[in-house]
Design a binder for this molecule. Structure first.
Ligand code: ADP
Ligand code: MG
Length: 309
């Protein structure tokens, strides 16, 4: 999780606060060692080495839990979100560095190894089998959210409940600061240089944003996002930014990515099926920002709509 980490917390005893933050950081490092896709020794990478060999592999609690959750989201979106997108994401990583599109045959080859249906779970042993050779699980769309929730949890265990964790722009909000009833989070405008006009005023929830603001590649004048539509294998080309508020950061993170792929019409209706969950979808079309919100966005974000703070 190569993302900047920021923790804000309140506690009358500085020693307790320091200890809680140290434990939160240690927990995030521990999860990084499980989910990091860039590290060949991570638990996920080692699991993927067994793809297509017929081996079933026992996995850690964290990997099991996040995999089961990710497969549920993959099913619910009929694969618009797909935790097995790894082989295609790797192609796009290379494309970003080389600034050219991979040849079509590489996409065809990668697509053979993508499909959440090819993950077999053995709940009684908490074991996983990857059925196709070359499969690569990719938790890039959910691991930050999961790490935030886990870190807030250990801080609570240390007695520090009033806390905010910001991992690369995805947030976990614990209890609000003393004498306040919410945290105030600004949603960055999609147009560069423009000041924010949307705010989330809430506590005890997750807030995640997905978009191509930082990670994209321009090839032949076309801008491709690091979020890929698994059905085509191509990085999204609509310049969008999706912010989701949900009861926890894991769900917010997953939905923000999924809604980016599903787009507003389908995505926001689906968001409405989750309790206490809402989303804001911004899309830059030329100079104009298109705005879409799910039914409960205004209600769940403190009734600000698009008003100023
Ligand atoms: P950010 O890292 O900017 O917060 P996201 O949470 O949206 O963004 O995660 C993007 C990452 O998710 C990509 O870098 C990739 O690893 C992974 N990914 C890309 N497309 C998909 C997809 N369709 N389904 C699941 N994961 C995806
Ligand atoms: Mg995400």
């Amino acid at each position: 999780m190569a993302a900047p980490l920021r923790i804000i917390c309140y506690h009358p005893d500085g020693v307790v606060a320091d200890r809680a933050m140290a434990r939160a950081m240690a927990r995030i490092h521990q999860l990084n060692a499980i989910f990091n896709d860039y590290d060949p020794t991570s638990e996920v990478r080692r699991l993927c080495e067994t793809a297509g060999t017929g081996k079933k592999v026992q996995v850690s609690d964290d990997l099991w839990r996040l995999l089961v959750f990710s497969l549920e989201i993959s099913e619910q979106t009929a694969g618009a979100f797909d935790v097995t997108i790894g082989p295609i994401v790797r192609l796009w990583r290379r494309a970003r560095m080389a600034r050219e599109l991979p040849p079509a045959w590489r996409f065809d080859q990668a697509r053979q190894a993508v499909g959440y249906q090819f993950v077999r779970l053995y709940p009684e042993d908490r074991a996983v089998e990857l059925l196709r050779p070359g499969m690569r699980l990719d938790f890039g769309a959910v691991a930050k959210g999961y790490a935030i929730d886990a870190a807030l949890q250990v801080m609570r265990e240390e007695g520090v409940c009033s806390a905010l964790i910001d991992l690369g722009g995805d947030l976990g909000l614990g209890d609000p600061p003393p004498d306040r009833d919410h945290w105030n989070v600004a949603v960055a405008a999609i147009k560069p240089g423009e000041s924010p006009s949307y705010f989330v005023r809430r506590a005890r929830c997750g807030v995640a944003t997905s978009g191509d603001r930082y990670r994209f590649v321009v090839i032949d004048g076309k801008r491709y996002s690091h979020i890929v539509d698994p059905r085509t294998g191509v990085g999204l080309t609509d310049q969008s930014e999706v912010t989701v508020v949900a009861p926890n950061a894991t769900l917010a993170d997953a939905l923000a990515t999924a809604v980016s792929v599903l787009r507003p019409e389908k995505g926001l209706a689906w968001v409405d099926t989750f309790p206490d969950t809402a989303a804001l979808y911004l899309r830059l079309v030329g100079e104009h920002t298109e705005v879409y919100t799910s039914k409960r966005w205004k209600e769940l974000t403190g009734g600000t709509g698009n008003a100023q703070p």
